[in-house]
Every structure is written in structure tokens, then in C-alpha cells.
Design a protein around this ligand. Structure first.
Ligand code: SF4
Length: 207
């Protein structure tokens, strides 16, 4: 587990055994040996605009089942845009990995993250992590969240009613909701990639 108060470099050093290192397209083509984590740390220390990124998209094995959502295309775009990447994973920090899944549920007290194992309301833990993370990283300019996550999805999380019937698929996850109070731009990873591709083809907004 790691805390939002740590720098991404500290987080990286502690959990490097759970990392699938990122390789650029060129490196992938060469089929070279895997990069040492220290080289990854240097990349993350590269100065530039700061982006908060769901750690599973970077290759951290922090999903509920201990797997990752590594997105090489996304990482190449962020690196080429000169972003310094700050990783976060509220669920790993709050509940460990592996862990039971959760869903966003519309309740009489608002939208809550509810454990699929115990039915407990996990929302306050994630909110507390998120506030600590954003307070500790005040100069982040962009939040890129994992699509469909009840924690990190920006406009893509599934929202259910108490009977677990789907209400909508464009809800905002708990951490992404907190991000709106701290960061100007928040976007789902898939939409970010689409925008970047559009930008290459024409004149789309630059983020
Ligand atoms: S989607 Fe968010 S909470 Fe889920 S594993 Fe990725 S970073 Fe962690």
C-alpha cells in the first residue's frame, strides 16, 4: 500500500517489484531487455507539467485481483507531451491488493462506493486518501483516470441502484469527484487518447 502523501518516486521505489516497466514504441520494437526501475524513476522525475495518473495504467499491479491495466499508448503520449507523472491508487492504499470489488451505488445518502463483499460504505476512506493526495500534490494540472473505475472513472463509472440495476454508465468515481475540487482538467484515459489522436489530425483543444 502507499499513501497519497508520498512522492511518486517513493511509491515507485517501494513497489518496484509490482511494476511492469514502461517501454517506448522504439524500445518495444527492439525487443530489448526490460528497463531497470531506476531508469523509470528518472523518467518520472523529468520536469514538466504534472499529471495525476491511475497507477494501474502505468503498470502497477494494484487492481483488485493483483493485475494491471498498463496502457503503453497512453504512456507514450504522456511522455511525449513532457508530463511528469504522479501515480495514485486509492483502493490499494485503503484496502490492499488483492481485495474485494466495489460498486458505485445510488443510496438515500447520495452516491456511495459499496463493497460487494460486505456491503460496507467505503466512500470515506477513498475521499480521505484523495484529499490527502491532492493536498500533498498542489501543482497537478491534469487528472487522467482509469475508465469505468468506481474510484477513478471521470465520466465512465457505472452507477447502480440498491438492487444492483444499472442506472447510468457515465458517473464519476469517488476519487475523480474529489479531483474536481483541486484540478482544472480531469479526463478518462480513453477520452484523453482520443483527443490526442484528434489533435494530431486537426485542431482539437490542447490538454
Ligand atoms: S482504477 Fe484506480 S483504484 Fe482501480 S486499480 Fe486503477 S488506480 Fe487503483
Amino acid at each position: 500500500m502507499f499513501s497519497g502523501g508520498e512522492s511518486s518516486v517513493d511509491f515507485f521505489k517501494k513497489l518496484k517489484d509490482r511494476l511492469v516497466p514502461h517501454q517506448t514504441d522504439e524500445e518495444e520494437d527492439k525487443k530489448s531487455t526490460i528497463q531497470a526501475p531506476e531508469e523509470e524513476i528518472e523518467k518520472m522525475e523529468k520536469k514538466g507539467k504534472k499529471v495525476a495518473l491511475s497507477a494501474c495504467l502505468y503498470g502497477m499491479k494494484c487492481r483488485y485481483d493483483g493485475s494491471d491495466n498498463k496502457d503503453v499508448k497512453l504512456l507514450n503520449v504522456l511522455h511525449s507531451n513532457d508530463y511528469e507523472i504522479i501515480l495514485f491508487c486509492p483502493e490499494d492504499d485503503c484496502f490492499g491488493t488483492p481485495r474485494p470489488t466495489m460498486d458505485l451505488v445510488y443510496t438515500e445518502n447520495g452516491i456511495k462506493a459499496i463493497s460487494n463483499l460486505t456491503g460496507a460504505d467505503l466512500t470515506p476512506h477513498i475521499q480521505e486518501y484523495a484529499i490527502d493526495f491532492f493536498e500533498s500534490n498542489p501543482d497537478i494540472e491534469l487528472f487522467v483516470g482509469k475508465d469505468r473505475s468506481p474510484s477513478c472513472g471521470v465520466k465512465s463509472a457505472r452507477l447502480y441502484d440498491r438492487d444492483r440495476s444499472l442506472i447510468k454508465s457515465d458517473a464519476t468515481g469517488v476519487m475523480a469527484q474529489v479531483a474536481k475540487d483541486y484540478i482544472k482538467e480531469s479526463i478518462d484515459a480513453e477520452e484523453y487518447l482520443l483527443l490526442q489522436e484528434s489533435k494530431l489530425k486537426g485542431n482539437q483543444r490542447d490538454i
